[in-house]
Design a protein around this ligand. Sequence first.
Ligand code: PRP
Ligand code: ADE
Length: 312
Amino acid sequence: MHSGKVVLGCRFPRIIKTTSPARCYAHPALCALLPVYHSSQSDNRRKKKKQQQQSSQPVRRARSNRGSKRRRREDSTVRLYRLMGEEDISNDSKSSCGCEDGTVEAPAAAAPKENGRAADPRLQAISDAIRVVPHFPKPGIMFNDITALLLRPAVFKDAVDMFVERYRGMRIAAVAGIEARGFIFGPAIALAIGAKFIPLRKPKKLPGEVISETYILEYGTDCLEMHVGATEPGERVVVVDDLVATGGTLCAAIKLLERAGADVVECACLIGLPKYKNFYKLNGKPVYILKDSQLHSFARARWRNWIGIGEQ
Ligand SMILES: O=P(O)(O)OC[C@H]1O[C@H](OP(=O)(O)OP(=O)(O)O)[C@H](O)[C@@H]1O
Ligand SMILES: Nc1ncnc2[nH]cnc12
């Protein structure tokens, strides 16, 4: 059997310089090698520990080591989110806590992260207003219902504002909304950023000449259509919908727009289902998601269902 030093020394020469396993945290392959790496270091560590115990300030030293390990682990988490295609994480986390000097207030630091951003305070209310309905429209589907959010104007406005803040100033010529629930958010965003709105409709709804794309859904197949001439070649377009599940709908929308020569900048959704997280780059286009539908929402929905009070 190889010793850890030999394996890491010959295959990952840069990793051998690493002083803490936390710095390898982002890469599963490297994590797999870490136990071997640890064992090769264990003698040295035992010696150091003995020295520390004999030194005059053992407690303070041990604490500072723990702190640095934690800091490194947090850095690694941010890197992981970056790998998932999220940009400006550090900037976002600064602005979301409203601190000009970029320091993070204690509650914000402890808050959950959404897409790698320190949570915007508005996200909690948005998240709370999304109702998860088990077994709708058919058994096994956990349906994310946005209608309760629409009944709360302040929360609805916050959701629209968050998209507007992202796309304002990005020279977006058109917002393409996907029928039906993309029509709820798309026009409001389009008006606020001064862009036109393109409805991407289900079959046989548009009266003019159309191009169409068929796609597979989480529960069936469907088709999207767009009027010929709705977008000009080279126009910068954002695609808006309420939710991404398999990503099939967004992919069809991207294809439609690209066939017409549009430059699809990004897709924007209120909700992303976690089981499809790895597909959040669709046809090479990033998907901006306000709220990852958390597993605890599913568990909560099931619990409320069991005790017979439904979701609120
Ligand atoms: O990522 P996907 O697996 O493609 O699923 C997401 C799509 O499914 C839902 O619409 P649905 O087709 O149910 O139509 P509706 O908006 O008319 O209810 C949702 O509003 C998205 O458009
Ligand atoms: N789980 C889900 N909830 C709401 N809309 C959806 N569209 C596809 N999957 C969905």
